[in-house]
Ligand binder design. Sequence first.
Ligand code: BEZ
Length: 238
Amino acid sequence: MEAENKSEVMPMPRIGDKAPAFSAVTTQGDIHFPDQYAGSWVILFSHPADFTPVCTSEFMTFATLEEKFAEANCKLVGLSVDGLYSHIAWLRTIKEKIEYRGMKNVEVKFPLIEDITMEVAKKYGMIQPGESSTKAVRAVFVIDPKGIIRTIIYYPLSLGRNFDELYRVLVALQTADEFSVATPADWQPGDDVIVPTAGSCGVAKERMDGNEEMTCYDWFFCTKKIDKETILKSVLKK
Ligand code: BEZ
């Protein structure tokens, strides 16, 4: 009995793991994840249910921003445990009937996965029974061009996501990779970035003695400037 229960428990993917592979039916045809997305960043996100208000506001917002994410080499893939025909009907309703905060006639062009069996949702830890055992929570997985999970964010059913924050996360990850830096609290492109901590007493002394390129708050906490144009050029060239 214990073994049976254990076999149902799936480990949740973690930051740094290879994104779990799956094939699925979507509103844009079949997909094979993550291999089909090699070379692109991907945001794989789940929503609780079609024809619900928070989800509708999210899909309209994400679809409106799709081009902006695409320009940063990032593709979007949605998922809920609803079926394909429900997905199609909901996306048609959004396009034909819903006008919300200046958005109207919104066409969702990115794939929306049908996951009635919850196979994918369970693989990605999107079913969190304390919140709901029949609906996926609002999960966000940011996956890099090598298929590695780089960021995971979960929101409860009642809380719509902030898509400007998801774009900020994408740009910050790309900036960290491109310039070998970290990004401080509330960082936005153009703000100072954090250089790797001094790895020797000599470097720590040099930094504290003064360095034109850096501002040091202490030996372990130094920042430098990378202007917004440089960041955006590096993000948009991908
Ligand atoms: C919504 O998207 O509005 C929603 C979905 C499931 C539970 C609560 C809210």
